[in-house]
Write a protein that binds this ligand. Sequence first.
Ligand code: ARG
Length: 290
Amino acid sequence: MKKATKAAALVLTVVMMAASLTACGKSAEPGEVKDTTAAAQNENANAAGEQGEADAENAAPAAGGTLTFGTNAEFPPFEYVTSSGVIDQYDGIDMAIAKNIAEANGMTAKVENMEFESLLIALQNGQIDAAIAGMTVTEDRIEEADFSTPYYTATQVMIVKEDSDVASAADLADKKICVIQGYTGEICVKDMGYPYEAFKKGTDAIMELINGKCDVVVLDSATAQKYVSDNEGLKIVEDAAAFESEEYAIAVKKGNTELLDKINTVIDTMLADGTVAELGAQYIEAISAE
Ligand code: ARG
């Protein structure tokens, strides 16, 4: 438990308040976050009023039913495929949270594994009820979905070879940068104006780094930690001034307040009673011990 706590302290910061909506560059004040959300919700209410039929589609699954979560299980320690996970073959912090949410509402959690970039579309077309995928709340994404109370704070970091001279984001200027397609890391590097190559999976980008085909991978902190502990000769370089903190939250279809309320009730409890922090410690410890 001591070790777990230490590991958690290193990379896990449980969200207590809303902070920034952007991964890089300008950040939003907590007040702004609220305003934007309220405005977005008002819009939803209006849209729902105009087309009453859409309401039925937005109804949350009932007790006894199945709650389908979309994810992209390529993001340890939040979601990954294993021989026996908490939900079928899926395991990780998010999967444990998803299971808790379903069970607290008398439902069974099911996982649909898909490309990260397909998640918000899958929400919109009703293929999934909620998306839980270490998904950062961004200004663009709140246009497309409604987000739960954030449950985790992360930041982008730079993964480089141990002998790399990269010490800050400014050093990326003449480096070959790899990112993962559609992740906030890509948005950050794009915002910084650097050229980069985007890969489908974190492991693919890490392979390029190991093979010397790229100099740096920009990725979320806890996942980066996992890859660095799995592969010898890599290290993490942080630059808190260049990469602002990000918040992970669960997404539901816009206007689905019934499900969002159910999700938030469970998340709020799990944050307050320390369950999220414990899960974080447990999974981060588990993957670094492998
Ligand atoms: N936090 C980043 C984002 O929201 C990366 C998330 C990747 N998650 C995943 N399950 N593959 O863009």
